[in-house]
Ligand binder design. Structure first.
Ligand code: KG4
Ligand code: ZN
Length: 326
């Protein structure tokens, strides 16, 4: 069973191909450079770039997998959430390809894609908790069974990745901020700057990161060293994420947790998770950011469980809660 997955919800054009759940290829064309001078993703520029490279990326993925388009059994693409222009480029392309090949088509939820990217090759089955921490999301779900998502908590303001990006900008670092903060933090002391862990001691499983950005500005003005600010900020973000996960795992009696999204690339987070006593599933580093293989894997999982394909009338959805169709 050969599945091609396309991901264009934000600023990466990803095309992946999986054979019976095994990744054959995962081609990503990153737009990071294009947007870096603006300090964030410019939607219209992103749409244009996706449109410019999508044909080439599909051809490249087919060549890398050593297959012809006519051999594909299923074509999938991210349906939402994301930027509407970028989403439409990939989704419409996938529909056209599926229709032209007379093959079934599936639209995939972006976060379901991240979940499957983190589980790639592990064979892990629910129940588990899933934390998605990216530039747009910090969402914690309980997943009692495939396709069943119960939202336990989410950020009340900025997403974790967004906080990394904003604090990086405060410190005069580049975009995306996550890797920049991580690099700088390695030269700092994580206990010097008196950051407090957001939402600590609060009921529930929500997160809040916008106060950290304000605190970072204040600490920078107060003369603290940028490396110490980066290290302290990273420490409290990690404590907030891992602390909340551990509490939810205890409360819901779950041992397995899946952590995905761009922030899952952070080594301090990965180390804290490995020491958490939980059975943690993390994506390999090349699967933490947006890619097409994770979309193909999510579609394949639906298909193997006997779920129907989607109609070609399926719309792109900029806002799409997980576990609901629209
Ligand atoms: O999942 P992703 O590639 O795109 C979406 O937002 O869907 O996540 C990108 C986010 C950015 O905010 C970026 O700063 C953050 O993930 N990020 C990191 C690291 N690498 C990327 N945050 C912390 N540490 C990192 N090493
Ligand atoms: Zn993502």
């Amino acid at each position: 069973m050969l599945v091609l997955g396309i991901e264009t919800s934000c600023d990466d054009t990803g095309v992946g191909i999986v054979a019976d759940g095994k990744i054959l290829t995962n081609e990503v064309s990153s737009q990071t450079l294009l947007h870096s001078r603006y300090g964030g993703v410019v939607p219209e520029l992103a749409s244009r770039e996706h449109a410019a490279v999508i044909d080439l990326m599909v051809e490249r993925a087919l060549a890398a997998a050593g297959i012809k388009a006519t051999e594909l059994d299923l074509v999938a693409a991210t349906r939402g959430p994301g930027l509407i222009g970028p989403l439409l480029v990939g989704l419409t392309y996938a529909k056209g390809l599926a229709w032209g090949l007379r093959r079934p088509f599936m639209g995939v939820h972006h976060l379901e894609g991240h979940l499957h990217g983190a589980l790639a090759g592990t064979g892990a089955e629910p129940p588990f908790l899933v934390l998605i921490a990216s530039g747009g999301h910090t969402h914690l779900y309980d997943v009692p069974a495939w396709g069943s998502y119960r939202l336990l908590g989410a950020t009340r303001d900025d997403a974790a990745g967004e906080a990394f990006d904003k604090v990086a900008r405060t410190l005069g670092l580049g975009y995306p901020g996550g890797p920049e903060i991580e690099r700088l933090a390695a030269h700092g002391d994580e206990r010097t700057v008196p950051f407090t862990v957001p939402m600590k001691g609060k009921q529930g499983y929500d997160f809040s990161f916008s106060g950290l950005k304000t605190a970072a500005v204040r600490f920078a003005e107060g003369g603290y060293a940028p490396a110490d600010i980066a290290a302290g900020f990273q420490r409290v973000v990690v404590e907030s994420l891992v602390g909340t996960l551990k509490r939810a795992a205890r409360d819901f009696d779950r041992r397995r947790v899946v952590v995905a999204g761009g922030v899952a690339a952070n080594q301090a987070l990965r180390a804290a998770l490995r020491e958490s006593g939980l059975q943690v599933f993390l994506p390999p580093l090349d699967m933490t950011s947006d890619n097409g293989a994770m979309i193909a894997l999510a579609a394949w999982n639906r298909w193997r469980r006997g779920e129907p394909a989607d109609p070609l009338s399926l719309s792109a959805e900029p806002y799409l809660p997980l576990g609901e169709d629209s």
